[in-house]
Design a binder for this molecule. Structure first.
Ligand code: AMP
Ligand code: ZN
Length: 113
């Protein structure tokens, strides 16, 4: 089982930022910005954005709707960045598709993950 599946199963503790039937968002254990939350589908379906196909539209749409809701709830009115690392060479370490929400750095043009 991957580390995110263990978190979803409750085998590894996490600080939840959002949860519904299909989506979980947790605060990153090694934050790269003042706000750093990772959004994932509860089902281990895809590895990264490169795997997304039209039939995955519903779950991907739900993840992005959750990102938008959390950003609004946290008052991220100055903007935020969403990152998907696709592949080990791009820095991906957990092979369960997820999107990083990063915010709160003064210089948002700087690469953060
Ligand atoms: P990536 O490098 O894009 O695959 O992102 C994986 C992210 O998961 C990294 O930013 C890690 O810091 C984060 N991470 C790994 N294990 C945990 C954990 N147990 N709880 C919270 N975040 C984690
Ligand atoms: Zn998984």
């Amino acid at each position: 089982m991957c580390v995110f599946c263990k978190i979803i199963a409750g085998e590894i503790p996490s600080k939840k930022a959002y949860e519904d039937e299909d989506v979980l968002a947790i605060y990153d254990i090694n934050p790269q910005a003042p706000v750093h939350i990772v959004f994932m589908p509860k089902e281990h379906l895809l590895t990264c954005a490169d795997d997304i196909r039209p039939e995955n539209a519903e779950i991907i749409g739900k993840i992005f709707a959750a990102i938008s809701k959390v950003a609004k709830d946290l008052g991220l009115k100055d903007g935020y960045r969403i990152i998907n690392n696709c592949g080990a060479a791009a820095g991906q370490t957990v092979m369960h598709i997820h999107f990083h929400l990063l915010a709160g750095k003064a210089d948002m043009s700087e690469r953060m993950v």
